[in-house]
Design a protein around this ligand. Structure first.
Ligand code: PFF
Length: 453
């Protein structure tokens, strides 16, 4: 790593710019599309509690560690791990952690883009009035016939990947900042509106009860793993996305305060999405465990029946696409930063390479909703397998290694200096969580899943 390379590395214009970009990365399909459907599949309240505990005890400490690692080295995740391992006199194999992240990013984006494509298609459906006065059955068949068409899914997936690449080419600092600044507040307002609609359905109490009354008998070992994996997924941690954003962070910013703010916003958005969706699920006689189509089968009912629903429907899906875009760029940025900084590629070349690979990989997910829907590997469709492999395995493993590195390998004075916590007690609390609680929790959940515990 030479100084010239370091000076190529860009920097956020302010703490606020980092907050916007990192919140943009965290808040996305994970909050609005994935959280409700996996909550539905895993029985509700108990799953939500495990997820919240994981965010607090595992996610937030690891998010702080990941940001810190990036900022300390100011390079892409692969080089970061190399440099910091050297600084701590540790094994150089730590840089494989950076690789794990780059690969996880490709795999996640390959399906993320397909689902974001669905959201883009729903902008058009909302615009042409497809939801108008529709009942639950009509909305469901609209969704079913849409995902049955590979051609349509390929079109929307391609469009979304193209948009992602166009933004990433311009560099992460420009563009994202402006988009997220108006996006977050607008998304928030629209979610509140949906919650207000949910209150009129007559099944609001049932929805709230489903979300917040725990029944641990409904939670399986795999449900616990899914809740933990989702804590990683929703905070964008365990794969270097937050590390690479941290590497653009100015030195004088408080990592702990910033991370709490981002994780708090992320959690509120997910809970609001759940509060809006489940009353509609029950009021329409739908299955909470309907799977990945859940929001596409519920929210259009709300838009089709509320006053002003045409406009709100368009706006909502537009916001969802933007929220997905501000996440997708962070999924591809570790790979792009590495290609630019280490392989001497231009940003354009790096984007074309990584974008094309992801685009091609996306076909696996597209076909698993139609022509390959019967094809099962380890009992799962390609989409489910990719999701399981990345969210439930790769991100927790990546997060586990980050925790071990920050808690045990890095020099104590380096972490203390870099985190610059407000007082000694909060530093000690972080140190306890990152060294013991987070790694042990991930380990125990894995043991539980393979049946040892
Ligand atoms: N956090 C994003 C979401 O909830 O939609 C998804 C994501 C982005 C996961 C970036 C991982 C990542 F590195």
């Amino acid at each position: 790593m030479t100084d010239t390379k370091k000076s190529q590395h860009s920097q956020w214009s302010s703490r606020f710019a980092f907050i916007l970009a990192a919140t943009g990365s965290a808040v996305g399909l994970g909050n609005i599309w994935k959280f409700p459907y996996i909550t539905g599949e895993n029985g509700g309240g108990a799953f939500v509690i495990v997820y919240l505990l994981c965010v607090l005890l595992i996610g937030i400490p690891i998010m702080m560690a990941e940001t810190m690692l990036g900022r300390r080295s100011r390079q892409n995740p692969i080089e970061t791990m190399k440099t910091l391992a050297k600084e701590a006199d540790a094994d150089s194999n730590w840089h494989y952690l950076g690789w794990l992240g780059v690969i996880a990013g490709f795999l996640i984006l390959s399906y993320y883009s397909v689902i974001a494509g669905w959201a883009s298609a729903y902008v058009l459906k909302a615009f042409t009035g497809s939801f108008f006065s529709a009942d639950a059955a009509e909305i469901k068949s609209l969704f079913d016939s849409f995902v049955a068409s590979p051609v349509q899914l390929i079109f929307w997936h391609s469009l979304f990947m193209l948009a992602t690449m166009l933004i990433v080419v311009r560099g992460v600092n420009s563009g994202i900042e402006r988009a997220v600044r108006f996006l977050m507040p607008s998304l928030f307002v629209l979610l509140m509106l949906l919650v207000a609609y949910a209150m009129t359905t007559g099944s609001y109490d049932q929805g709230i009860k489903f979300l917040f009354t725990p029944d641990f008998s409904k939670l399986t070992a795999n449900g616990v793993l899914t809740a933990m994996g989702h804590a990683f997924f929703t905070l964008s941690i365990g794969m270097g996305a937050i590390m690479v954003y941290g590497s653009y962070l100015p030195k004088d910013v408080s990592i702990s305060k910033t991370v709490f703010l981002i994780a708090g916003t992320d959690t509120v958005v997910a809970l609001l999405a759940g509060i809006a969706i489940f009353p509609i699920v029950f009021a329409s006689g739908l299955e909470p465990a309907a799977g990945p189509g859940l929001i596409f089968q519920t929210l259009p009912i709300a838009f089709g029946n509320m006053t002003g629903g045409w406009l709100f429907g368009i706006l909502f899906f537009v916001m969802l696409v933007f929220a997905a875009l501000s996440s997708s760029i962070s999924l591809i940025e570790p790979a792009v930063a590495w290609l630019v900084e280490n392989k001497n590629m231009s940003r354009e070349q790096a984007c074309i390479w990584s974008g094309s690979i992801t685009w091609l990989l996306g076909f696996g997910t597209i076909f698993s909703f139609n022509i390959w829907s019967e094809l099962k590997i380890f009992d799962r469709t390609i989409f489910h397998l990719l999701d399981y492999l990345t969210a439930n395995l790769m991100l927790p493993i990546g997060g586990f290694c980050i925790a071990v590195f920050a808690g045990w390998i890095m020099k104590h004075q380096h972490t203390e200096q870099e985190l610059d916590m407000p007082d000694a007690i909060s530093y000690q609390a972080w140190k306890l969580l990152i060294s013991y609680v987070a790694p042990a929790a991930v380990f125990l959940v894995f043991l539980h899943v393979i049946g040892v515990l």
